[in-house]
Design a binder for this molecule. Sequence first.
Ligand SMILES: NC(=O)c1ccc[n+]([C@@H]2O[C@H](COP(=O)([O-])OP(=O)(O)OC[C@H]3O[C@@H](n4cnc5c(N)ncnc54)[C@H](O)[C@@H]3O)[C@@H](O)[C@H]2O)c1
Length: 408
Amino acid sequence: MSSKNQKKNILKVGIIGTGGRGINAFGSYLATRKDAELAALCDPNPVRMEAAAKRLNRSMRLYPTVEKMIASEKLDAAVITSPDYCHEPNAVAALKGGINVLIDKPLATTVKGCQNIIAAAKKADKVVMMGFNLRHHAVLKRLKKIIDDGVLGRVFLIENREFYDGGRTYMSRWNRHYAKSGGLWIHKGSHDFDIFNWFLGFPKPVKVSAFAGVDVLTPKHIPFKVKPGIPVGPTCGQCPYKKICPDVYDLAETANGQWSDAAKKVDGYSKDLCMYTSDKDTHDNGIAIVEYENGVKASHMECFITSLSDRLYTVVGDRGQAEASLHHRTITVRPRWNGEVVTYQVPEESGGHGGADPSLANAFLETIKGRLKNQSTVEHGMWSTAIGQAAEISRRQSRMVAIKELFK
Ligand SMILES: NC(=O)c1ccc[n+]([C@@H]2O[C@H](COP(=O)([O-])OP(=O)(O)OC[C@H]3O[C@@H](n4cnc5c(N)ncnc54)[C@H](O)[C@@H]3O)[C@@H](O)[C@H]2O)c1
């Protein structure tokens, strides 16, 4: 902590990656904290970064690289919200600079990348926390407590089904490329694989099988008649059919400049490519199943072709089962034998992802201050990436993948 801030006990924080997540979830939250100063931003795109600073309505130093930011600022911490493939170099650079780091999920896009971050974290001996915000969701915290209290007995089966309306927009931006996101089993599934690991108390996952495909977001499935000689896209903004397309991705944020044409000119990054005609090498729906060393079986379904946004969990033990809906904020517990079926309604919380985002950011600051123990470590990040990477290999190679293959 710099000496001036030390006196006031204010943590100086930088954000690495000033897009949607960096600004919506963390920048805006940090700006409300009296015990933290959002001191600097880092993004290779200066136009986007300036627009982000303007949006937060504060003056901050702006840097094109992590190394430059670390060299010029006396930061206490950084939050990494750059695209998944650059979590590894950014985290390693921040840790070399000796600061505390919150890394949004996934830790990295491969187990190897995670191991490199873990090695850097060991050397740095700082707080290095995973941005697993779902663990901060009140419904899942309550369900975790039900499991830990033994209400369900010995858990042997878990299922999650994720339906995400906004997920179709992954096909409009970098997430659609395996090289940038590690595929959606890692980019998106890593949330749910972490929840499985967390619910179960972190047994080692041993085997994974997965099936996935692009079944709807292809040119063949454009949901309206395309006139001869008048093609769709290439972006929603340019598309002659934008008024009739039910999937138009309206960049409401354009006005604040983060996604302006000027920002796009710098790096060519379009956030609203046509989700039907964009080139993509990940899936729009799929199912992955995992077996753990203790025999527990878990299945995760993800579907981005839906009007519904919900995560539906079922946890089964030898004394009962529980079903949870994040959207409805309910948990129903059914005892196996005699006993009352109880449905809990979990109160609403304010903030992104049902209140989970501010809770995560708060936990990071409190952990740096030594008031909380780090509950989501880089090792946890690696295990969820490992399941996602194994699922990706499984679906591409049509075979069951042993997790140990990834550690050779
Ligand atoms: N936990 C969650 O619920 C959640 C939700 C959304 C996104 N995320 C994660 O947040 C991260 C950012 O996603 P997003 O949706 O905000 O993406 P985005 O495209 O909106 O923003 C990414 C930003 O990173 C910048 N960038 C590109 N290369 C960079 C580099 N090498 N170093 C620093 N910045 C770089 C881009 O210019 C852009 O400003 C991803 O890792 C994603 O998986 C997490």
